[in-house]
Design a protein around this ligand. Sequence first.
Ligand code: DAH
Length: 356
Amino acid sequence: MTDDLQTLQSETDAALAAAADPRALDAVRVAVLGKSGRLTALLKELGRASPEERRERGAALNRLKDALTAAIEARRGELDAAALGARLAAERMDMTLPPRPRAQGLIHPISRTMEEMAAIFGAMGFAIAEGPDIEDDWRNFGALNIPAHHPARQDMDTFYLPGIDADGRSRVLRTHTSPVQVRTMLNQEPPIRVIVPGRTYRADHDATHSPMFHQVEGLVIDRAITLGHLKGCLIDFLRAFFGITTLPVRFRSSYFPFTEPSMEVDIGWNRKTGELGGGGDWLEILGSGMVHPKVLANCGIDPREWQGFAFGMGIERVTMLKHGIPDLRPFYESDIRWLRHYGFNPLAPAMLHEGV
Ligand code: DAH
């Protein structure tokens, strides 16, 4: 090897030994083997040498190039190993530390009731339907046979939204889940069997009313549905839901614009102890009836061919009764102590009772 190549080799070796990190190493590589590196320059000069010279010097330059490339890679390996060693030393974990306690989430009683209702009605062949919280006043009222100046509109303390929708209808926060009956009948051919759990809104706020609350609606439409089907279905549901096979259930004549005849449903309880069952007193629990022919016609269903029943109930109310929860307001306060007391273990599925 000629002197100049020897010098290049020893200087490069010294620079490599001094390179303490990957960036310094790369700088050495570029200075020697890069586009304007020292060795690259020597290789370029080769073109001007005589053929004789070129053969010898060319071979020497290529050997040097291989040697330097190998030296750079070797140094890179050393630096990588040193960096890994430093990280392993710095990031060592103490495996003896106890783990942090893991927070266990609980199912909110409202969700639990909805799950139980879905399970009980699901076993009876019902599907779940849903609709939007913002409704138009035709679906919330008009289609359900509640005309513009009907007192039921005032009763419901409706939240109206500003403006009107594309169809020229006022927009409301739905005051009940019944508009989803309308949506379902408009979108689906009978026979129909659905329940509709969801949020509902009324401008009402005190110890027993919240401006947002939950209802579940039920709708059955078929060719030969009678009041007997309504009664059997609701008796089975209430006994399964409350887990009392002998729960007394009473149907009391009532009025809703969207059903004819209409019935309110009471269950037996003891007014003094609050215990459900045969205590001799009655507690109103839900509204129901045979779907009004006008409602069927409004939704494009021929009332001479199809009929059915519907019902609606408050989810908070049945949840409070079933679990002895005395106050409505904490349902929405997200107080973790309340949830720890009344919440449900997500890994313990709802038990279904006899009769389903
Ligand atoms: N929509 C009624 C309410 O909010 C409840 C109701 C009563 C729904 C009777 C029904 C029904 O489907 O048939 O008070």
